[in-house]
Design a protein around this ligand. Sequence first.
Ligand SMILES: Nc1ncnc2c1ncn2[C@@H]1O[C@H](COP(=O)(O)OP(=O)(O)O)[C@@H](O)[C@H]1O
Ligand SMILES: [Mg+2]
Length: 485
Amino acid sequence: MKLGVLFPDAPEPLAGIDLTGLSADSRQITPGMAFVALSGTVLDGKTFIAAAFAAGAIAVIGEGDRPQDLPETVAYLGVGNIRLALAKAAARAAPASPKHIVAVTGTSGKSSVAEFTRQIFAACGHDAASLGTLGVIRAGHSSYGTLTTPDPVSLHRSLDALAHDGVTHLAMEASSHGLDQYRLDGVTLAAGAFTNLGHDHLDYHHDSEQYFLAKLRLFTEVLPEGADAVVHTGSAYSARVIDAARQQGLKVTTVGGPADDLALHSRAIVGFEQVLSVSWRGQDYTVRLPLAGAFQADNALVAAGLALVSGDEPDRVMAALPHLSGVSGRLERVASPPGSLIVIDYAHKPDGLKAVLETLRPACTGRLICLFGCGGDRDRSKRPEMGGIASRLADLVIVTDDNPRSEDPAAIRAAILAAAPKALEIADRQRAIDHAVGLLQAGDVLVVAGKGHETGQIVGAQVRPFSDHEAVAGAVARLRLEGRS
Ligand SMILES: Nc1ncnc2c1ncn2[C@@H]1O[C@H](COP(=O)(O)OP(=O)(O)O)[C@@H](O)[C@H]1O
Ligand SMILES: [Mg+2]
């Protein structure tokens, strides 16, 4: 394909160069490709130009003027916003995509809403998929990716492949990093949703205002005029999202409050499940949701809102809710010793941990036991904050290792323990889980928080195989062997 097709502003003779593809990763360059030199936050793409050329790149796209050290024989196109240009070019290079795509942003609930929306779309008869932290999910298929919002070239390759496989409806996660880095700007979206905003990723975004503005980009810049915006009204930022969306000419549908378009009137907890009384356009519905937690009701309603604005039949949308299954590792109930309850949850942020503990308290007649740690090389301020939340809301806290990455795990634990002085410290995560499971008596609830669906523990630069699911199953099996349960 011609360079001028991917980058329509390219002048001749650059526009006439024949390309075999493009990539922003010098390791993925093969002969005839264009190398897109992103100025990353950590590594400057321009330092990889030499590697890209060694691998056969025939042109470089960069931001601004031609780098002075670039050999004269190398074709160079300078653009104003390299990430935006890459997103648009990636879309032109792999033009097919599911015809109806919706995206969800917010601090928490993105994976759950994307997955619930996929399940509702499927129940309404569409060939549907979801894309996010858990990879691409489609009934009967699943593949795992690593980033919540993949780089534009891989994203558009996935969209193209899904379209060719017959997928018409896609629900995707839009992370604040992904939005900030223009990864979604080449995707044509029909609707966007906002779940909530809390303390998260403050190490990457300078403050919550900037973090909020990154999420707001979905509504102010990515969604085309006339598209739908589904906004949960439970967050302090919801009103600003609604205003921004209206100003942008989006059709706003509010969700979650008693006076909202998709209204929630009451919620009754029935064991681990709940019954919702909701209304939509003058019609009342009583819906059983097979999931615990007010936040799962919020997520399910945001997903229902996305399906409703997509034109799906309200009766079919509501009928899909009692069959929703949660995302792996999101308040997921797993096998436990008799009479007790063990829940695996991905909560690795203060808000998430608080929501999980508050959700599980009513399901608990004995002790609420909270086992968690904090990741290394991530926002440090959340460590004492999470220690405080756990000691306040749980009866027993066990502090263990999460993904220490390049940090000293003992120092991470110490930062948590400073705010949780009564907590038990057990560094090794398997041993901590064994100990916690061994403590369980009838009526107790154990929440193993922080890793959810993950299957590895990152220590230094190494990823060791580790799964909370397997660790808990092993601990429960050993107890049974010892005849203690
Ligand atoms: N609507 C919500 N409000 C508050 N906390 C939530 C909400 N949805 C999910 N959570 C918490 O965040 C965790 C991650 O949920 P997930 O759906 O994977 O969100 P994300 O993809 O945005 O990280 C859950 O396990 C739960 O603890
Ligand atoms: Mg996610």
